[in-house]
Design a protein around this ligand. Structure first.
Ligand SMILES: C[S@@+](CC[C@H](N)C(=O)[O-])C[C@H]1O[C@@H](n2cnc3c(N)ncnc32)[C@H](O)[C@@H]1O
Length: 245
């Protein structure tokens, strides 16, 4: 009988997670140049309204410090800056060097913006540092969702808010499913020459957690006053929770 152990035959969950993270990082590096343009097309410009709404949930005030996890090209930072004002600071973190390079170009003359290359699953910030933390269209991509939320909870101050904005599975209108699974990859192929990356957007959305499941995870990591809602006929989900005082 073979002495091969079962653990050497079965896929190692750690290795599988590392490989998924590498694939996601490489994919965003690849599409970084067309990312913002495609976002405008795919959401028909609605992502701006969702992002503004999500940032409001952080209840930031002038002088506050905010964290944007999975900041990508830093698009969301533009909505956070007016909320924290000139005395405040916005930190943006992402693991894709290419996505971050666009954020760097965009905010090169803005002293209130600090960009860091790092992992959402091991945030390089001390406990209780930020007045609020947000993740937008990022959570679906991480290999350990509870860990990413726990990290956001760790780095916000007691009383601070954390927010998630992302696509949601099972939209109310069946046409939405068709749009995401067929039209979006087509647009990705035409406008970004990368239909595979935009097929991933559709697949990862279909397998993502429901708004109710995300609400429960916010509570499990220790948030109180957790709210969860859907936007755009159930195709986008938004959660906000507060770290207890
Ligand atoms: C769809 S983009 C969202 C960008 C931006 N937040 C927005 O709303 O436009 C997802 C981003 O998450 C980043 N990302 C995915 N997993 C990550 C991780 N574990 N740590 C850091 N960044 C990650 C990707 O590199 C990518 O830039």
């Amino acid at each position: 009988m073979s002495k091969t152990s079962l653990s050497s035959i079965l896929p190692d969950p750690q290795k599988a997670a590392t490989s998924k993270a590498q694939q996601v990082e490489q994919m965003f590096d690849r599409i970084a140049g067309s990312y913002d343009r495609l976002n405008n097309w795919i959401s028909m410009g609605f992502h701006k309204q969702w992002k503004r709404q999500a940032c409001q949930k952080l209840q930031l005030k002038p002088g506050h410090q905010a964290l944007d996890v999975c900041t990508g090209t830093g698009d969301l930072i533009a909505y956070l800056l007016p909320l924290v004002g000139e005395q405040g600071q916005v930190c943006g973190l992402d693991f894709s060097a290419q996505m971050l390079s666009f954020a760097q170009q965009r905010y090169q003359n803005q002293a209130q913006v600090a960009l860091t290359q790092g992992d959402a699953l091991a945030l390089p910030y001390e406990d209780n540092r930020f007045d609020g933390a947000i993740i937008s269209f990022g959570l679906r991509n991480v290999t350990d969702i509870p860990k990413a939320l726990a990290e956001m909870h760790r780095v916000i101050k007691p009383g601070g808010w954390m927010v998630n904005l992302d696509t949601a599975p099972k939209p109310l209108l069946p046409g939405m499913q068709f749009y995401f699974s067929k039209i979006v990859p087509l647009l990705g192929g035409l406008l970004a020459q990368d239909s595979q990356a935009y097929q991933y957007l559709s697949n990862s959305t279909q397998h993502f957690l429901t708004p109710q499941e995300l609400k429960r995870l916010f509570e499990q990591v220790g948030c109180v006053n957790v709210e969860s809602q859907t936007l755009m006929l159930g195709s986008v989900s938004l959660q906000a929770g507060q770290k207890p005082f």
